[in-house]
Design a protein around this ligand. Sequence first.
Ligand code: AN0
Ligand code: CP
Length: 321
Amino acid sequence: MQTFLYAKDLGNLSDALALAKEIKANRYAYEHLGKRKTALLVFFNNSLRTRLSTQKAARNLGLDVIVLDVNQGAWKLETERGVIMDGDKSEHLLEAIPVMASFCDIIGVRTFAGLTNRQEDYTEHVLNQFIRYSGKPVFSMESATAHPLQALADLITIEEHKETKRPKVVLTWAPHPKALPQAVPNSFAEWMRAGDVDLVVTHPEGYELDPLFVGDARVEYDQMKAFEGADFIYAKNWSCPGVTCPENYGKILCQDRSWTVTERQMAVTNDAHFMHCLPVRRNVIVSDNVIESPRSLVIPEAANREISATVVLKKMLDAIQ
Ligand code: AN0
Ligand code: CP
């Protein structure tokens, strides 16, 4: 595997889930694969889970790890070609990427959507430069439009906790004071469609996700109706994807706190498990009672990030042996 951005990059999903199960039972099974190889993790944005779980996964596979926080200690990077660099940016990605690549065998990149230019975000402008100019396998650690390591961990978590063969999984928008990317809901919808679940997406009007990810999944604008009989509730805020109204791209269209997930909505579910990728704002996205309930999976879900990252790094190492 040379790049990891979409579900299809992983190949057969059932095989990948079987590998995840095997790795969870013995996370050091492939310890020899990364010997004398180095993974470089490049962060343009903050992270707790991705930073820790991906380092742990790399070590499970015997890889050395270098972490670079671009905005803390490195030179400020220009990402556009053709710019006259007489401002605050000292170095261009076009030099920085091949230099970074000369010290590693695999590169992970976290580069969030700017949320101002839809076309730039949806063409994965920064991640694609890493793919093009590094000559190394590159994986997204949440890029402009996708967070595949999270979505794979979510699917693993649902497989572990489902009580019916084909559970009803509801992706619900929830309010948030800041404009957030669409990467998490995009990948969640994409990976649930690739998996064997009954996916329903619910959000206020104007928040329609890009068809590239959401496909023909059922959309229900009435949140209570969507929650009826659900086995899993996956909450997440996202800003306007600009699908129906391009000029609203990246904007907050709704702050309605009646969308906050509380016991009121959970009462109509099939005793659903609650999920969120974290970090989460309590009592804005979800009430204390719901996130603390015995049906909440947020901690095992985060712990499965080590498993999803081990699966992905293993498959990248397989390709460069
Ligand atoms: C980020 C987002 O919504 O994409 C990261 C989530 C994993 N969240 C925040 O910035 C709060
Ligand atoms: N869920 C997730 O990716 O968390 P971090 O932003 O803390 O890495």
